[in-house]
Write a protein that binds this ligand. Structure first.
Ligand code: UMA
Length: 488
């Protein structure tokens, strides 16, 4: 089990703790702190009126609504827990990332109060799928897994549940970790910490890409020698640890096509056959797996698979399990994983034409990764792109489009910009609606082709979020297939 070291001084018994942000994280952190015996104030700039807030009040938590955050006030308080959605400039008058002795993020706070080993999963894209796959693999290997963090249930909810039960209910916690949760970290000690990729994102919160990058690395700095940092070996994924900053053990994974720069010290997924090879990890023999039953498409998912498998192996190894007890279990479990909705999700197939919903690809890099998974064969993709433009150029898609895409259908507010930047590469048509887009893309497809919705844009010009966009796509595809089947 990971030994916990605290640089921060934990607040003394009975101290007043202020939690800022009364969303799901803040409420959970406040209730956990109250359960630990602290006096707790929950502060929010907006209106806090959920059932959970009423419950918090009943538990003796003081709730302050409509309370503007002022750095001078916050930093004079004895101890503060921040919700991930609160940007540090609000409470510290400065840009992230930063560490403060008396200010801690919700996930890190919760991690101080549990002995359940943690596996963290960070990265710009692929965090949720990798977390879910990792949890699936570990459950198959007989672990009692908590899955949460940025994924949904804050870690504080797990810790509170366990304290109330008076015993650990889980043998391991897989926590999806966002940069918002990482940026304040200073004592976080997961047993295994995965980093999938770092590409520009959240630039409305961070002053520069460098600040965003450093926010992600903060989750690795406190880790020590027995713990594993599990990092993507593909240079295109932007995972370059700050020189000399990591004192944990390192393990690499490589799921991209093409030769891996260095096969020792991690897990490599072979290009075409999905054969995984593990080597160079102290205490573990050379191991290999045949993963061709993995059903998720796209380069991002190959990398997610390599990361999750390596994370699972390292955790099981550290938990004292023998490779012969988990090797074939993991191989089987990979095959039964069905993925998450809206992330390279296969939503239909008709006469060999497969329809793939990647509505979660709300930025250019996510679409770039989706396309890379189809490179290396004849182009098969009819790509539906567009939505609300996020200001970034579409040029990073050019290489993938040239090699994997047969045609583009551009949709939404961004469609003219997309036509200007990509229209010279392959045939490009403009659609007025999602229905129109599916009709246009599928109308050009033959058996073996893919209709891929991977918009590289946010959905807010036409939908209430990427989930709604994905659901609409799915239902249009199902109708399209039903109509074709009716004609036969
Ligand atoms: N608030 C303020 N002042 C502010 C901002 C917010 O007072 O400047 C208040 C709001 O009025 C609201 C509360 O803070 O009452 C919301 O807090 P929050 O934004 O931290 O939201 P939570 O409900 O606690 O959800 C958070 C994560 N939200 C964010 O990081 C923005 C959830 O991730 C996470 O699932 C949840 O904790 C459980 O851990 C969501 C997310 O969008 C899914 N994450 C980003 C992403 O994935 O890109 C990082």
């Amino acid at each position: 089990m990971t030994e916990r070291r605290h640089v921060r001084k934990l607040p003394p018994d009975g101290e007043i703790i202020t939690v800022i942000g009364a969303g799901r994280s803040g409420v959970a952190a406040a209730r956990l702190s109250r359960n630990l015996g602290y006096r707790v104030r929950l502060m929010d700039e907006g209106i806090a009126s959920s059932e959970a807030i009423a419950l918090s009040r009943e538990e003796g938590i003081e709730v302050l609504e409509g309370h503007p955050l002022a750095a001078r006030e916050i930093l004079s308080l004895p101890f503060v827990i921040v919700s991930p959605g609160i940007p540090p400039r609000k409470w510290a008058d400065r840009e992230a990332p930063l560490y403060h002795e008396r200010v801690v993020g919700e996930m890190e706070w919760a991690s101080f109060w549990t002995s359940v080993p943690l596996i963290a999963v960070g990265g710009t894209n692929g965090k949720s799928t990798t977390s879910a796959l990792l949890a699936h693999l570990l459950s198959a290997a007989g672990e009692q897994v908590f899955l949460g963090g940025n994924f949904g249930a804050p870690l504080s909810e797990m810790v509170l549940m366990e304290r109330r039960a008076g015993a650990p209910l889980h043998s391991v916690a897989v926590v999806e970790l966002s940069s918002f949760q990482a940026e304040t970290m200073g004592d976080f000690r997961p047993m295994v910490n995965l980093l999938l990729n770092i590409t520009p994102d959240h630039l409305d919160r961070y002053a520069s890409v460098e600040n965003y990058r450093m926010a992600k690395w903060r989750a690795f700095l406190p880790m020590g020698a027995p713990d594993f940092s599990v990092l993507n070996r593909d240079p295109a994924c932007g995972v370059f640890p700050p020189p000399g900053a990591l004192s944990s053990r390192m393990a690499w994974f490589y799921g991209s096509r093409g030769p891996c720069p260095d096969e020792e010290g991690g897990l490599v997924l072979d290009g075409e056959t999905l054969c995984a090879r593990l080597s160079g990890i102290e205490g573990l023999p050379f191991l290999s797996w045949n993963l061709k039953g993995f059903s998720l498409e796209g380069m991002g998912n190959r990398q997610n698979l390599a990361a999750a498998l390596l994370g699972a192996i390292l955790y099981l190894h550290r938990a004292g399990k023998r490779p012969e007890d988990f090797t074939s279990v993991l191989e089987k479990a990979v095959t039964s994983f069905r993925g998450l909705p809206h992330r390279m999700e296969v939503v239909g197939e008709w006469q060999g034409i497969r329809f793939v919903n990647d509505s979660k690809a709300t930025n250019v890099d996510a679409t770039r990764l989706a396309l890379e998974g189809y490179v290396g064969q004849e182009p098969v993709v009819h790509l539906i792109l567009g939505g609300r433009d996020k200001g970034a150029p579409y040029a990073p898609l050019r290489a993938g489009i040239s090699r994997a895409v047969k045609s583009i259908v551009a949709l939404g507010e961004a469609r003219e910009k997309i036509r200007e930047e990509l229209g010279d590469l392959v045939s490009l048509t403009l659609a007025d609606s999602m229905e129109d887009a599916v009709e246009l893309a599928a109308g050009q497809a033959v058996g073996g082709d893919r209709i891929l919705l991977s918009p590289a844009c946010s959905s807010y010009d036409m939908f209430h979020g990427y989930e709604e966009r994905g659901r609409v796509f799915r239902s249009i595809v199902e109708n399209w297939i039903r109509r074709r089947e009716g004609r036969r």
